[in-house]
Design a protein around this ligand. Sequence first.
Ligand code: COA
Length: 125
Amino acid sequence: MTSETRDPIIRTAPQPRDCNNNGDIFGGWVLSQMDIAGGVLAARRARGRVVTVAVEAMTFHQPIKVGDVVSIYGDIVKVGRTSMHIKLTTIVARKLDPEEITVTEGTYIFVAIDDNGRPREIPTA
Ligand SMILES: CC(C)(COP(=O)(O)OP(=O)(O)OC[C@H]1O[C@@H](n2cnc3c(N)ncnc32)[C@H](O)[C@@H]1OP(=O)(O)O)[C@@H](O)C(=O)NCCC(=O)NCCS
């Protein structure tokens, strides 16, 4: 899975303000970017509002650095009555190196909700 074969849901570039004490990008920053990307995919599939209910199997393989171009790819791996499991993968290209590196993977679970914030059925695809 690379940018040559498919489009990311989002592509972004972290800034120095997103760093932790080690000078790498703060884990919470990438978690929130994955949440945003998964939310886009989930809302499209659910055709409306969704919320994140859980995050599973999160792995940080390598650090993200200032100057990296960060791309987040996603696949809907399971659709339940009101919930969706979305596998998200973060890939970076370092500033001076075109090679793509998988830095994080995780499965985010989203629930389709109605106007009152209660779970609603996901429409058929
Ligand atoms: C998401 C929310 C509406 C679900 O409400 P609920 O009363 O727990 O609803 P249900 O028990 O009917 O569960 C709804 C679906 O979520 C799934 N689910 C609930 N908790 C889950 C968990 N911890 N892990 C995986 N799936 C979960 C259920 O299996 C069900 O899926 P299905 O309908 O496909 O079978 C409610 O928990 C909520 O509002 N949470 C806060 C969401 C939020 O604010 N997210 C942002 C976090 S900062």
